[in-house]
Design a binder for this molecule. Structure first.
Ligand code: TPP
Length: 334
């Protein structure tokens, strides 16, 4: 693991990074339990992706930058400002859900207050949208950089190629983060990624491509931070491929034991970023055991409160069911 100071993080920032990763993991686990209990309809696990998501998201500026995350991006949207309560309100389909008022499938993150733009279900559609937002930022003359994230499966879509071409052509401030977990549901990367590397494609577009160990949050932070600073200074986009492991099935509706071997899964679990970062901080003297236990308790309490508040929150009104999901209807339209 890269030394956190070498990555440009203070001790306090490294400790905070670990807290974001833990919050992501524990919230994710709670959502899975709630789904299994029949309390919520869907769980899309981010387990194994936390280091890539949190490390990358911390390199951006809240309130200035724009976010085009994908469904597995729980860690990124938390860092962007989404609270566990917002996540639970969405999971329980409550009216106060900031993404869609409880009317969109959960995990389609969105929040106007935080510049998080809701995506729709086809994979990769957020890529040209993110490029458009970056172009708008340049035209407005503001200093926004855009976070655009997706899996390697989405990188096989036409939207990926169009988006990267346009972003490079106009040197737009957008960072493309490919979280490569080697699987698009049950299809292994070898069967749908030509050339074997997503990052290597960047050369063809004339932008920098970087491959980084997505289980090392400090290495991801350093790589993304450098790209963000360059993009903010007018240096154009970058494509960052973070190699991660998907520790869970694609979603709660999938059983990966039917297409992954026990030995592949066991090897992936050996590279779980959560214990690795906690261990790094403990050895650096930044997270003594009693503080780690306090942190677990505080995170659990935050999640308990979010769940209880969401369970008690009102559902959307039936009269609103046919209204716009992410925007009010255009004039003249119902
Ligand atoms: C255009 C399109 N094709 C297929 C699907 C069905 N689908 C949903 S998620 C997914 C896998 C995408 O894998 P990847 O982009 O690698 O991300 P991961 O889920 O592995 O994080 C697929 C095929 C879809 N939503 N949209």
């Amino acid at each position: 693991m890269l030394n956190h100071r070498a990555a440009g993080l203070t001790d306090a920032q490294a400790v905070a990074l670990n807290r974001w990763m833990l919050l992501t993991r524990r919230l994710d686990e709670r959502l899975s339990v709630l789904q299994r209990a029949g309390a919520i309809p869907l769980a899309v696990s981010s387990r194994g992706h936390e280091a890539a998501q949190v490390g990358a998201a911390l390199a951006f500026e809240r309130g200035v930058d724009w976010w085009f995350p994908y469904y597995r991006d729980l860690g990124a949207v938390l860092v962007a400002g989404t609270t566990p309560l917002d996540v639970m309100l969405s999971a329980f389909g409550r009216a106060a859900d900031p993404a869609s008022g409880g009317r969109q499938t959960p995990y389609n993150w969105g929040d106007r207050r935080l510049n998080i733009v809701a995506r729709s279900a086809p994979v990769g559609v957020q890529i040209p949208q993110a490029v458009g937002a970056a172009q708008a930022a340049v035209r407005r003359g503001d200093r926004t950089v855009v976070y655009c994230s997706f899996g390697e499966g989405a990188a096989s879509q036409g939207d990926f190629h169009e988006g990267l071409n346009w972003a490079a052509l106009y040197r737009l401030p957008v960072i493309f983060l490919c979280q490569n977990n080697g699987w698009a549901i049950s299809v292994p990367a070898e069967r749908q990624v030509a050339g074997g590397s997503i990052a290597a494609r960047a050369v063809g577009y004339g932008m920098e491509g970087i491959r980084v160990d997505g289980t090392d949050p400090f290495a991801v932070y350093a790589a993304v931070r450098r790209a963000v600073l360059r993009a903010r200074a007018g240096g154009g986009p970058a494509l960052i491929e973070a190699r991660v492991h998907r520790l869970d099935p694609h979603t709660c509706d999938d059983n990966h034991a039917t297409y992954r071997t026990a030995s592949e899964l066991a090897a992936a679990r050996q590279q779980d970023p959560l214990p690795a970062v906690a261990d790094y901080l403990r050895r650096a003297g930044l997270l003594p055991e009693e503080r780690a236990a306090d942190l677990e308790r505080a995170v659990a309490a935050e999640i308990d409160a979010a769940e209880a508040q969401s369970r008690a929150a009102p559902l959307p009104r039936g009269e609103d069911a046919l209204g716009g999901v992410t925007a009010p209807p255009a004039p003249g339209h119902p």
